[in-house]
Ligand binder design. Structure first.
Ligand code: MC0
Length: 150
């Protein structure tokens, strides 16, 4: 794959939040972001809210609020390690062809977490690159469903 075909844009920034209601008050009522989508993803152990702003064109990055469904979930552990506070849990890069990008990244030595993509927001196909192989930032790769949710 050519490098220019690898990532389309930054799809979203995932913020771990200890309390979803409080986080929505801050981001929607104070900051003026719009709620685009709500979902619970049991497999990932998250209650999530996708937020958009401005014209929210196709390649505008979104904010994803992630509240843990249990303390043992990835987001629950992240918050615990962070002294009970929220923070940037991951950055998600959008791709158009998950299978091709997955294969290219593996060829180049990246450590993908899942052997095959799992289900993400609105039916997206997602995988992650472990923070230990990215200089400390958890990276998500996401291929949105054919009809995006915003
Ligand atoms: C852990 N570490 C992180 C991190 N989580 N560093 C940066 N960002 C994070 N989010 C660091 C720890 O501080 C520790 O560093 C080391 O990684 C521990 O790695 P580990 O032993 O493998 O352990 P865990 O248990 O902390 O797990 C980390 C791991 C996990 C990335 C494997 O969070 C995971 O499986 N994440 C993928 C799934 C996920 O995050 N789901 C939630 C979003 P030291 O230096 O102390 O060793 S779901 C989502 O986003 C969906 C719905 C969507 O967008 O569609």
């Amino acid at each position: 794959m050519d490098n220019s075909d690898l990532f389309v844009c930054i799809d979203h920034i995932g913020l771990a939040v200890p309390d979803m209601d409080e986080a929505l008050r801050l981001h929607v009522d104070v900051m003026g972001w719009r709620l685009l989508h709500r979902e619970q993803n049991q497999e990932q152990g998250v209650d999530e809210a996708m937020l958009g702003t401005g014209a929210q064109g196709d390649e505008n990055a979104m904010i994803q609020l992630l509240a843990p469904l249990s303390p043992e979930s990835a987001v629950g552990k992240f918050i615990e390690k962070n002294g009970g506070r929220g923070g940037i849990q991951h950055i998600a890069y959008r791709v158009a062809d998950m299978d091709a990008v997955d294969a290219t990244l593996r060829e180049r030595g990246a450590t993908l977490l899942y052997p095959a993509p799992k289900s993400g927001t609105g039916g997206a196909r997602i995988n992650f690159i472990h923070p230990k192989s990215t200089g400390g930032v958890l990276l998500e790769i996401t291929e949105p469903p054919a009809a995006p949710h915003h």
